[in-house]
Design a protein around this ligand. Structure first.
Ligand SMILES: Nc1ncnc2c1ncn2[C@@H]1O[C@H](COP(=O)(O)OP(=O)(O)O)[C@@H](O)[C@H]1O
Ligand SMILES: O=C(CO)[C@@H](O)[C@H](O)COP(=O)(O)O
Length: 486
């Protein structure tokens, strides 16, 4: 019997990855990857080109029955009435809209009860999240304030995964744009608990009173088909799933349920958990997003994930294996050296203009080993802060898993349980976002109530003696940061 194949695509910050899997068992059949351009402002055409290259590297989709696209969240893809991209997309890690976030918070507070200080609570109640520069709503306000002629031309707003799904489906008209709850919940103009758009917030962001005519992608249920796609002439037809934000994709790929907490060390550092109830944290540390199965996915996100390791390896003139070796050769705590790794500014805590700092340099601590160790510990302390914020929101913790490109580092794997003070499971290295998209495609194809049960992945559990002093020192130092440009 010939097997039915499905594909999952992860259009993430640094690259596009494609997996082709058996729809019934989830067995991996093929894989392809292609890089994305650097920078926090990207022409979506580059994602399309990378997707074509990654699909080709994965052997094409000729024999594939269904495909879903997961993607980096929040990126603003503004389209005009002809469906053309108005300007390069501003990505989730572009911090130019930090002041717009502050303005929007104050304005909703004023609109709600006359008090700008009530803004964070008002946003958390309205959408589940407090705006930070990452969220799409703040990018739209930035557009209105800095490029009003572009803001006036906006006829539709999509996210990276919506736009790619639309292109796959033929991009016939703006009305065929679709999305899913997980990605819609990261826009900042979607009421996550109620599952509906807040056009009043879109109007506030764009400073326009005619937003009823603006197309927002239709929000599909978790296993609803987005249509029948045609990647390029000659590649044949395939069913399109609704797709998802990348973190919800990973949750589906990992089969996460309540009690499972995932740390992802990709470009972003993410702590996420599935919750049966919506979360609305007025402190803004936890974003109250939705998952890709009908539940919720509270998460805390740092701007400084795997690139902290990339930068430290560059600084020390070693590769990733060399960095891990150096870090593991140092003692816990790096003899008093701390890296506050705000290399791209920071989102959790919300310090978009911050730069990073090495603190605690001494003759003893200023060694290559300690610098490597401080980089790994600093990255993990940022995640540990997010983890604590999730626990403060009542998120239960039974298992902790580590995924993403940075989880390939032996140092990250071995130091994570020491910094968190908990055992950490590391699944087989893989592309769990793309896997989640593939599982969604199989679900869409099957038309069943629940996603297909796929064979479990292997995990290796890492344990270590807890080093609470590392987190304590970091907590005492993390506010000692300089402003960008200072
Ligand atoms: N062995 C390794 N050790 C540490 N970091 C690694 C290793 N392999 C890959 N990475 C890092 O992982 C990152 C890419 O991870 P990925 O999860 O694909 O990111 P994204 O989804 O944000 O594009 C890169 O920054 C890369 O340098
Ligand atoms: O902003 C968020 C989630 O809120 C990021 O997690 C992006 O979704 C990018 O993810 P990666 O490409 O780093 O995995």
């Amino acid at each position: 019997m010939t097997e039915t194949l499905v594909a999952g695509i992860d259009s993430s910050t640094q690259s596009c990855k494609v997996v082709v899997r058996d729809a019934a068992t989830g067995a991996l059949r093929r894989f392809g990857q292609a890089p994305h351009p650097d920078g926090t402002e990207v022409d979506p055409a580059a994602w399309w080109d990378a997707m074509q290259a990654a699909v080709a590297a994965a052997g094409g989709l000729d024999d594939v029955a269904a495909v879903s696209v997961a993607g980096q969240q929040h990126g603003m893809v503004a389209l005009d009435a002809d469906g053309e991209v108005i300007r390069p997309a501003l990505l989730w890690n572009d911090t130019r809209s930090a002041a717009a976030a502050q303005d929007l918070i104050a304005e909703l507070g004023e609109a709600d009860g006359g008090d700008p200080a009530a803004g964070p609570g008002a946003w958390a109640r309205a959408t589940g999240s407090v705006p930070v520069a990452s969220l799409t709503v703040t990018k739209l306000r930035w557009l209105a304030d800095h490029e009003p002629e572009n803001a006036a031309r906006v006829a539709a707003v999509a996210l990276p995964h919506d736009w790619l799904t639309w292109r796959l489906g033929g991009a016939d008209s703006l009305d065929t744009l679709v999305t899913d709850r997980s990605d819609a919940s990261g826009t900042g103009y979607f009421d996550t608990a109620a599952g509906r758009y807040r056009r009043d917030l879109l109007a506030m962001a764009l400073r326009r009173d005619d937003v009823d005519g603006i197309v927002l992608p239709r929000v599909l249920g978790p296993s609803r088909a987005a249509g029948v796609g045609d990647l390029t002439a000659g590649l044949g037809h395939l069913m399109l799933g609704a797709g998802a934000g990348d973190n919800a994709g990973a949750a589906l790929g990992l089969g996460m349920g309540p009690g499972d907490v995932t740390l992802s060390v990709g470009t972003s550092g993410v702590v996420s958990a599935v919750s049966r109830n919506p979360v609305a944290d007025p402190s803004g540390l936890v974003a109250g997003f939705a998952d890709a199965t009908g539940e919720y996915l509270p998460l805390a996100v740092t701007l400084n994930g795997s690139r902290v390791l990339d930068a430290a390896a560059r600084l020390l003139g070693v590769d990733h294996a060399g960095l891990a070796e150096l870090a593991l050769a140092a003692r816990p705590g790096a003899e008093g050296l701390t890296l506050v790794p705000y290399l791209e500014g920071e989102r959790t805590p919300n310090l978009p203009g911050a730069t990073g700092s090495f603190l605690g340099l001494s003759l003893a601590s200023m060694t290559r080993e300690n610098v490597a160790r401080a980089a790994v510990e600093g990255l993990l302390c940022g995640l540990a802060d997010g983890f604590a914020a999730m626990q403060d929101q009542g998120v239960p913790v039974e298992t902790v898993r580590l995924v993403g490109g940075g989880a390939r580092s032996e140092a990250v794997r071995r130091i994570a349980p020491a910094v968190l003070g908990l055992p950490v499971q590391v699944p087989d290295p893989g592309e769990y976002v793309a896997d989640g998209a593939a599982r969604q495609a199989a679900w869409t194809l099957a038309g069943t109530a629940e996603p297909p049960e796929w064979s479990a992945f292997q995990v290796r559990t890492y344990e270590a003696e807890a080093t609470p002093e590392v987190k304590e020192r970091y907590a005492a130092r993390r506010h000692l940061v300089a402003e960008r440009g200072a």
